[in-house]
Every structure is written in structure tokens, then in C-alpha cells.
Design a protein around this ligand. Structure first.
Ligand code: SF4
Ligand code: SF4
Length: 117
């Protein structure tokens, strides 16, 4: 396992989780991610990518919500867990993310090449 994969596993295990408004995807949109996370997502054609981007949509958002929930990128996991990415519908985990962990994740974003999902 590469260092980045180890970090991803560490982050994924520690970002707090919470229940969203059922069916809500208000915070979904075009997002970027590391190439390691991208490799775990199903491939989309260029046409699918273009169509999604034209509507400012994520190509993995389906009629019933996120189609890649178990493998969704870090930024999607972070949403709602920090005041900096607060849920517009007031949902949040009981305990927000540890600020130190959030800083580590922000550093990871800066240090890794991020690609459009
Ligand atoms: S975090 Fe908030 S905005 Fe995003 S899907 Fe959950 S309820 Fe909706
Ligand atoms: S990967 Fe899933 S959670 Fe993240 S923006 Fe796309 S549809 Fe939303």
C-alpha cells in the first residue's frame, strides 16, 4: 500500500459520519479527488463527464443519490463535519471533525495532485 493509500485509509476511518436528510444531495457538485481515489471509482466516458460538468453536476450522482457512496472522495466525506463546510440543512455529526485531522486532510489536498471526478 502506498503512503497516500495509507493516509486515505487513516482519514476515511476517522472522519465522523452522520445521517443526511434522506435523498438529499444538495452538497454534491463537481468535486476533485486524488488519483488513488479516482482509481476506485467506476470510469465515466468523456461525454458523461462533459454532460455532468455542463450542468455543474457530479457524474456519480444518480436519481437515488450518490452511486459511489462507499468510495466517495474525501471532500464528500468532509462535507458537514466542519464549520468550514457546514451542511445547509443543519445536519452534522454529534462531534465535529478533530481540527488537527482536518488540517492533515487540507495538507493532503495541497500536496497531492487533485483531478476532477
Ligand atoms: S450533508 Fe447536508 S446538504 Fe449534503 S447531502 Fe447531507 S443533508 Fe444534504
Ligand atoms: S461522489 Fe457522490 S457524494 Fe461526492 S459529489 Fe459525487 S455524487 Fe455527491
Amino acid at each position: 500500500m502506498t503512503q497516500n493509500e495509507q493516509k486515505l485509509r487513516y482519514f476515511r476511518q476517522r472522519i465522523p459520519t452522520f445521517a443526511c436528510v434522506p435523498g438529499c444531495h444538495d452538497c454534491c457538485g463537481p468535486v476533485t479527488t486524488s488519483s488513488e481515489e479516482m482509481a476506485r471509482l467506476p470510469e465515466k466516458s468523456e461525454a458523461e463527464h462533459d454532460a455532468a460538468l455542463a450542468d455543474l453536476r457530479c457524474p456519480h450522482l444518480g436519481e437515488k443519490g450518490c452511486q459511489v457512496y462507499a468510495e466517495r472522495p474525501l471532500i464528500c466525506r468532509l462535507f458537514g463535519t466542519t464549520p468550514r463546510l457546514a451542511c445547509p440543512n443543519g445536519k452534522r455529526p454529534e462531534v465535529m471533525i478533530d481540527p488537527k485531522l482536518e488540517q492533515q486532510i487540507m495538507r493532503f489536498f495541497k500536496e497531492t495532485r487533485q483531478v476532477l471526478v
